[in-house]
Design a protein around this ligand. Sequence first.
Ligand SMILES: Cc1ncc(COP(=O)(O)O)c(C=O)c1O
Length: 379
Amino acid sequence: MNSIVDPADFPATLKCTYLNTANVALMYRGAERAITGWQKDVAENGSINFDETAEATVFDELHSAAARLFNAGPEDIAVGSSATELLCSLAWAITPGPDTNVISTDIVFPSTLYPWLRVAKHTNCEIRLAKGQNSYVNPDDIIQLIDKRTAVVCVSHVEYISGQRYDIAKLAEAAHAHGALFVVDATQSAGAIPLDAPSCGIDALVCAAYKWLCGPFGAAVMYLAPYLQNDLEPGLVGFRSHKDMWDLHADRLEFPRTAKRFEFSTMAFGCAIGLTRSIEFLLDIDIGRIFMYNQYLVDLLIQGLEERNLEIISPCKDIERTSIVAARFPGKDPAEVARKLKEAQVMVSCRKDLVRFSPHLYNQPADIEKALGRIDEIL
Ligand SMILES: Cc1ncc(COP(=O)(O)O)c(C=O)c1O
């Protein structure tokens, strides 16, 4: 299969073997140019070009791009500075009460759970976690925790260590059958896996930019189901929270009746513009095509790791696998393996006792061969 991107759009691919998207992606060059262009303009021109109208409408393009990504409408999207920031604001907006529970997993990325833990400290709601074994959670264990007191089920679509992918529609159905909200962190999936938020029954979704979306640090998006857009009072508010941000009367706050109510302040606006370019770039290629291409790379990787008798802990079933592959190197310190690979210009991560590989659309079969060759030297 031929490469699906121009390497010039991801210049680092020309100097190293980058298999570390689950940590920090290579940023699409069109995004980097948009960000630096915006910063330069504001640095040199202040509000001459970035005037009040530009500031009020600065997220419009990102609303549209993210809406296409999640098969939603632009009014269903809010922009923030990080996935964690958006999730914190959402958790306080929901504030699950003392007689309720919130469900997640004990292998989830901390930022997906901490906002709920913080609210639970305040309201005394119960936190119930499905337990992982060898970095794997049986999805039925999540479903079994849900009962009539469940206020929220919040999971990461794809677990960050193992790459385990959940059947989102099935979890949403289980949550809704008990009247609970279903919240998804798509930071480890959006951009690499097609995701139709409304038809999967997702109530809210947050997603960072700097992983599979090939965007920057400093921008993130949220999807909020239409039926929630009128009720939730965001946990974080500021002048931008008002439906007319230039209203500027401190004694009144009227939220927009869209997801925009979760936008509250200034931010590194150029990052939002950059993220727009990244999402548009990925959509033009087609997320389904990216998914298939990444699976092809991952097949080569898994085969090579198995031939070397390394223990792959990532799920291999089609419905659960992704582009994250974590392996145990028996008798070896995983941090040392990752360090030696870096010395040989192969970028991976060490997570817990595992070495995590995460190829994306800018990789080629030759990258997998190179990584396997370096692994042979280490073994
Ligand atoms: C699943 C998941 N959610 C959230 C984050 C962090 O997102 P942010 O830095 O935008 O808060 C990470 C980072 O690794 C992650 O893996």
